[in-house]
Design a protein around this ligand. Structure first.
Ligand SMILES: CCCCCCCCCCCCCCCCCC(=O)SCCNC(=O)CCNC(=O)[C@H](O)C(C)(C)COP(=O)(O)OP(=O)(O)OC[C@H]1O[C@@H](n2cnc3c(N)ncnc32)[C@H](O)[C@@H]1OP(=O)(O)O
Ligand SMILES: Cc1cc2nc3c(=O)[nH]c(=O)nc-3n(C[C@H](O)[C@H](O)[C@H](O)COP(=O)(O)OP(=O)(O)OC[C@H]3O[C@@H](n4cnc5c(N)ncnc54)[C@H](O)[C@@H]3O)c2cc1C
Length: 664
C-alpha cells in the first residue's frame, strides 16, 4: 500500500533548507552522519524494540535491558565502532542502563582523578568491559552535602591497605546507578582517615562482586533500592544500596591524582586544587545540558507534529476544522519550547568546548578557569533540566488527552527525564553555587581585577547599573545589542541588589542564607543571559544554507523575548526596560510566532529523529495518527480477552446482587 505523508502540506511550506538545518543541529556534517547512521542501525534492528516497556514487570524489564546492553556491546565490537559511534548507538537504544554509569561516570572518574599507573591498570579493563563500574558517592543520609558523607577509608600502615567501612545506617551508599545488580567495581567516595585524622572525602576503586560467580565479596551487602517513578522509564536501571563491613583494599586503589597517601601513611596534597575531587560532576553536568536539548527536542517534535495533525473547532460550511497549531495560545506555549530546544543545543555545544578548554588547561596545571567551569556547568545543568522537565510536561498537555497515553511517548519521557532535576546535583543547590560565584565576582567590581568569560559583562557595571533601554519599536527587539543589554542589566542589578542586602546582615553566611531565594533568581538571570548570548554568537558565526539564518534569528528572538515576558517583573522592577518597551517586545513576539508557524514541522524534522527513537504515535513522521492509535489500543494486554480476568470473581457477583436488589 502506498504510504501517505499526512504532513506533506506542512513540509511544503518550509522556507529554509531542512537538510542544511540537520547539519547545524548535529553540530557538523560528520556528527550528522554518525548520528544518522547509528539511529538507523538501531531503528532497523528488532532486538532494540522498546514499545512494550510500559507493560513489562520490573524483572522482565530489567532482564530485557541487560539483553539489549549485551547485544549493543556485541554490535559495537563486531562493527568496530569508534568511541563516538558507540556512544551514539547507546544513545539511540534509548534505555537507561548500567552502561550509562560505566561509560559516563566510572571511566571519567578514573580518567580525571587517577594517576597514569591507575589509568593503565583500570581503564584497560574498563574499556573492554572486563570490569563494570559505577559511581558510588551518594548515601542514604547525604547526597547534596558531599562533605557530609560518612563512609570511611582508614589507612592501615601494617598491611598497606585502606579499610572501607559503613559506620552507620545513613552511611549506606544509596542511589548509584548500576550498583544494585550489575557492577563488579565502583568508585567509592569515603572520608580518608590516617592515624585518627580526617582528611575529607576522596575517591577509591573498590571491587564489589566476584568476577567468577558475581556474588558480593566478603563484607559487602548490596541490592537494588526498589521501584522508581513511572512504568518502564528509569526502572531499567538498578539504582543500588551498598554497605561495607571493614572491607580491605590495597593502598594503590585510592585515586591519587589530587592527593596521595605514601607507604608510610603520609598525606600529600599536590598542586592540583582539591576541588578536582568534584571533577567528574563537572564533566557529567556538561553532558546533561546536551541531553536536555535531546529530551526537549524530542517532546517538542511530538507536540509540533501532532498539533499540525489535530483539528478542533472552526469548521465553516463543513470545511476542515482548525489545526490546533494555528491557535495563538498553542503557539505561545509551543514555540518558546521549540526555541529552547535549539537554544540548549547551542549552549550545550559551547559548554562542551568550555569543558575541553578547562581540561587542557588542567593538564598543563593551569587552574584559573575552574571556578568559571564549575559555575557554568552547575548553572546551565540546573537551568536546562528544569526547563526541559517542565517543557516535556507542557508538551503532554499540548497534545490534549492523547498525550496522556503511553503510546504518545510523553509520559515515559517525562518519568525518565524528571530525575535530571535532582541527580548530578539538586537544581536549587546548584543555583546557589552559581550565586556564590556571582557574589564573589560582584565583590571584585571596582577592584581593578579584569573579569573574563561569562562574567565579563560585569566589567561594564557603571553603564549597566544605570542604563535604560533604547528600544523604540518592536523591530528594535530583534537587534542583539538591545536584547543583550536588557539581559545583562537585569542579571547584574539582581546580583548587586543581593550583594547589598547580604552586606546588611550580621555576617555574610547569615545574609546568604536569608537572601537565598533572591540569589537563586539572580543565578537564573545570569544563566539565561549565557544561553541568550551563546544563541546570538551561534547566529553570528558561519551558517550556510537557504533561509537558515532567518529561522534561527526568529527562534533566538522567541527564546529571549518569551523569557523577557515570563520574567517581566524583574525587567521592570530593576528599571531595565519600560512598560511600553515590554509591550513592544510582546508585539515582536507575536510576529515571530507567525514567522515560525509555516516552518514549525520542518524545524522539528531537522532533529532527524527516527520513529523508533521518538517512540510516539502522535509524533510519527507521516502524521498518520488516528489509525495507528486505534491499532495500538488493541495491542494492550487487557484486550487479549474480551471478558477480563476477574470478571467472574468481582464483577459478575456485583451485577447479580444488583439484579436481586432491583427485584426487591
Ligand atoms: C524514554 C527513555 C529515554 C532514555 C534516555 C536515556 C538517557 C538517560 C541516561 C541518563 C544517565 C544519567 C545518569 C545519572 C547519573 C547521576 C549520578 C549522580 O547523581 S552522582 C552524585 C552527584 N552528586 C552531586 O551532584 C552532589 C552535589 N553537591 C556538590 O556538588 C557539593 O557538595 C556542593 C558543590 C554543593 C558543595 O560543595 P562543598 O565543598 O561542600 O562546599 P562549597 O560550596 O563551599 O565549595 C567549596 C569550593 O569548591 C568549589 N566547587 C564546588 N564544586 C565544584 C566542582 N564540581 N568543581 C570545581 N569546584 C567546585 C566551590 O566553588 C568552592 O570554591 P571556593 O569558593 O572555595 O573557591
Ligand atoms: C535517578 C537517580 C540516579 C542517581 N544516580 C546516582 C549515582 O549514580 N551515583 C550517586 O552517587 N548518586 C546518584 N544519585 C543521587 C543524587 O545525586 C542525589 O539524589 C542528588 O545529589 C540530590 O541529593 P539529595 O538526594 O541528598 O537531596 P537533598 O539534598 O536531600 O534535597 C532535598 C531538598 O533539600 C534542598 N536542599 C538541600 N540542601 C540545600 C541547601 N544547602 N540550600 C537550600 N536547599 C537545600 C534541595 O533543594 C531539595 O529541595 C541519583 C539520584 C537519582 C534520583
Amino acid at each position: 500500500m502506498e504510504e501517505v505523508d499526512h504532513l506533506a502540506h506542512e513540509r511544503n511550506k518550509a522556507q529554509f533548507d531542512v537538510e542544511a538545518m540537520k547539519i547545524v543541529w548535529a553540530g557538523s556534517r560528520h556528527a550528522f552522519e554518525v548520528s544518522d547512521r547509528m539511529s538507523r542501525l538501531v531503528a532497523s534492528d528488532p532486538a532494540f524494540r522498546k514499545d512494550n516497556r510500559a507493560t513489562l514487570s520490573r524483572k522482565e524489564l530489567f532482564k530485557n535491558t541487560l539483553r539489549k546492553a549485551a547485544y549493543a556491546w556485541k554490535r559495537i565490537v563486531e562493527l568496530h565502532l569508534s568511541e563516538e559511534e558507540a556512544s551514539k548507538l547507546r544513545f539511540f537504544v534509548d534505555e537507561p542502563a548500567y552502561t550509562d554509569l560505566h561509560w559516563g561516570m566510572f571511566v571519567p572518574a578514573i580518567k580525571g582523578q587517577g594517576t597514569d599507573e591507575q589509568h593503565q591498570k583500570w581503564l584497560t579493563l574498563a574499556y573492554k568491559m572486563q570490569i563494570i563500574g559505577c559511581y558510588a558517592q551518594t548515601e542514604l543520609g547525604h547526597g547534596s552535602n558531599v562533605q557530609g558523607l560518612e563512609t570511611t577509608a582508614t589507612f592501615d600502615p601494617k598491611s598497606d591497605e585502606f579499610i572501607i567501612h559503613s559506620p552507620t545506617l545513613t552511611s549506606s551508599k544509596w542511589w548509584p546507578g548500576g550498583l544494585g545488580k550489575v557492577s563488579t567495581h565502583a568508585v567509592i567516595y569515603a572520608r580518608l582517615i590516617i592515624d585518627g585524622r580526617d582528611h575529607g572525602v576522596h575517591g577509591f576503586i573498590v571491587q564489589l562482586r566476584s568476577l567468577d560467580d558475581h556474588l558480593p565479596l566478603p563484607g559487602i551487602t548490596i541490592g537494588d533500592i526498589g521501584m522508581k517513578f513511572g512504568n518502564g522509564a528509569y526502572n531499567t536501571m538498578d539504582n543500588g544500596v551498598l554497605q561495607f563491613n571493614h572491607v580491605r583494599i590495597p593502598r594503590n586503589q585510592m585515586l591519587m591524582r589530587v592527593s596521595q597517601v605514601t607507604r608510610e601513611g603520609k598525606y600529600v596534597q599536590s598542586d592540583v586544587p582539591r576541588q578536582l575531587v568534584y571533577g567528574t560532576m563537572v564533566y557529567v553536568r556538561q553532558t546533561i545540558v546536551s541531553d536536555a536539548s535531546s529530551a526537549l527536542s524530542r517532546a517538542v517534535c511530538v507536540a509540533v507534529r501532532y498539533s499540525a495533525v489535530r483539528r478542533q473547532f472552526g469548521s465553516q460550511d463543513g470545511g476542515p476544522e482548525t489545526q490546533v497549531i494555528d491557535y495563538k495560545t498553542q503557539q505561545s506555549r509551543l514555540f518558546p519550547l521549540l526555541a529552547s530546544a535549539y537554544a540548549f543545543r547551542f549552549v550545550g555545544e559551547w559548554l562542551k568546548w568550555l569543558y575541553m578548554d578547562v581540561t587542557k588547561r588542567l593538564q598543563a596545571n593551569e587552574f584559573s578557569t575552574l571556578p568559571e567551569a564549575h559555575a557554568c556547568t552547575a548553572g546551565l545543568k540546573s537551568l536546562t533540566t528544569t526547563a526541559t522537565a517542565d517543557g516535556i510536561e507542557e508538551c503532554r498537555k499540548l497534545c490534549g488527552g492523547h498525550g496522556y497515553l503511553c503510546s504518545s511517548g510523553l509520559p515515559e519521557l517525562f518519568a525518565v527525564y524528571v530525575p535530571a532535576c535532582t541527580y548530578e546535583g539538586d537544581n536549587t543547590v546548584l543555583l546557589l553555587q552559581v550565586a556564590r560565584f556571582l557574589m564573589k565576582t560582584v565583590s571584585q567590581l571596582g577592584s581593578g581585577k579584569q573579569l573574563v568569560g561569562t562574567t565579563a559583562y560585569m566589567q561594564r557595571a557603571e553603564h549597566l547599573m544605570q542604563c535604560t533601554s533604547d528600544v523604540r519599536s518592536a523591530e528594535d527587539w530583534l537587534k542583539p545589542s538591545f536584547i543583550l543589554e536588557a539581559f545583562e542589566a537585569r542579571a547584574l542589578r539582581l546580583a548587586v541588589t543581593c550583594a547589598k542586602n547580604i552586606s546588611k546582615a550580621p555576617n555574610p553566611e547569615e545574609g546568604f542564607s536569608q537572601l537565598s531565594p533572591d540569589l537563586a533568581e539572580a543565578a537564573v538571570a545570569h544563566c539565561q543571559l549565557i544561553v541568550v548570548s551563546k544563541f546570538i554568537d551561534k547566529i553570528q558565526g558561519d551558517i550556510d544554507g537557504m533561509g537558515l539564518k532567518e529561522q534561527l534569528q526568529a527562534l533566538c528572538g522567541i527564546y529571549a523575548l518569551s523569557l523577557l515576558h515570563k520574567h517581566l517583573g524583574e525587567f521592570l522592577s530593576t528599571g531595565c526596560i519600560t512598560p511600553k518597551q515590554a509591550a513592544l517586545a510582546n508585539e515582536k513576539l507575536r510576529s515571530l510566532y507567525a514567522k515560525v508557524r509555516p516552518n514549525a514541522v520542518a524545524l522539528v524534522d531537522a532533529f532527524n529523529y527516527t520513529d523508533h527513537f521518538l517512540g510516539s504515535i502522535l509524533g510519527r513522521y507521516d502524521g498518520n495518527v488516528y489509525p495507528k492509535l486505534y491499532e495500538e489500543a488493541w495491542k494492550d494486554p487487557l484486550n487479549d480477552s474480551v471478558v477480563p480476568d476477574g470478571y467472574h470473581e468481582y464483577v459478575r457477583p456485583l451485577l447479580k446482587q444488583q439484579l436481586r436488589t432491583a427485584k426487591l
